[in-house]
Write a protein that binds this ligand. Structure first.
Ligand code: ARG
Length: 244
């Protein structure tokens, strides 16, 4: 009899513990946000903390929509695979919403318009268009849209780097003749490093948006309404002023 009572007691304990745990999880469902914090001013590390325009934007959106988020830093080309395999639920990383990616994931409406630019050594007048990259050694970042743009030009000697600062360093040490990068990070690097300039060349516009899994329509709507609220309240405008 005593044994039976003990077993019963343990069973009751297990059930109530499980219920408790389940409830806690429901109340506090953490939404994981993937980024690649090597893309100033959108996301970068400052004193070991991830900051930047995108990071403040997603934190404000989370506040508006009462989401608890946790930011995960990883390589840029690992972001969409991490989203697909549910390691993260959201990707915000200055990511261009291009046709190829739209096939795999859903994007919110765009939150920033950028373009690809060519960073050269100051005084280099030989590059005035993307066509001028023919025959040159050009640094791009693995999986960035700049990689796609340069890969389409025939006769370019492409060097691929894992992070934009690595490409910029290669340019500074003459390992490459130019680096193709998104406009804002490019401006940022040029401003902070001597001897670099942005070539006068026209490039197509690109739009950054926040990505979620295809089936996560609820989260997409939440992000959309959060983005709208952040814009309506003037927070978005403040962030633009702060970072650009
Ligand atoms: N806009 C480019 C793209 O979508 C580059 C983005 C790189 N972002 C980053 N956080 N490293 O491919």
């Amino acid at each position: 009899m005593k044994k039976l009572l003990n077993i019963l007691l343990i069973a009751v304990m297990i059930v109530s513990l499980a219920a408790c745990g389940g409830k806690k999880e429901e109340e506090k469902k953490v939404i994981y946000v993937g980024t690649n914090a090597e893309f100033p001013p959108f996301e970068y590390l400052e004193d070991g903390k991830i900051t930047g325009f995108d990071m403040e934007l997603i934190r404000e959106i989370a506040k508006e929509t009462e989401m608890e988020i946790k930011i995960e830093d990883m390589s840029f080309d690992g972001l969409l695979p991490a989203l697909q395999s549910k390691k993260v639920d959201i990707v915000i990383a200055g990511m261009t919403a291009n046709e190829e990616r739209k096939k795999a994931v859903n994007f919110t409406s765009p939150y920033y318009t950028a373009s690809q630019v060519i960073v050269v050594k100051e005084g280099d007048t030989s590059i005035n268009s993307f066509d001028d990259l023919k025959g040159k050694k050009v640094g791009v970042m693995l999986g960035f849209t700049g990689d796609l743009v340069v890969s389409e030009i025939e006769g370019v000697n492409i060097e691929r780097y894992n992070a934009s600062y690595a490409g910029i360093m290669a340019l500074q040490s003459d390992k490459v003749d130019a680096v193709v990068l998104d406009s804002e990070p490019a401006k940022n690097y040029v401003a902070k490093n001597d001897g670099l300039a942005i070539a006068q060349a026209n490039a197509e516009k690109e739009e950054y948006a926040i990505a979620v899994r295809k089936d996560d329509t609820e989260l997409l709507e939440k992000l959309e309404s959060g983005l709208k609220a952040v814009k309506d309240k003037g927070i978005y405008e403040e962030l633009l002023k702060k970072y650009f």
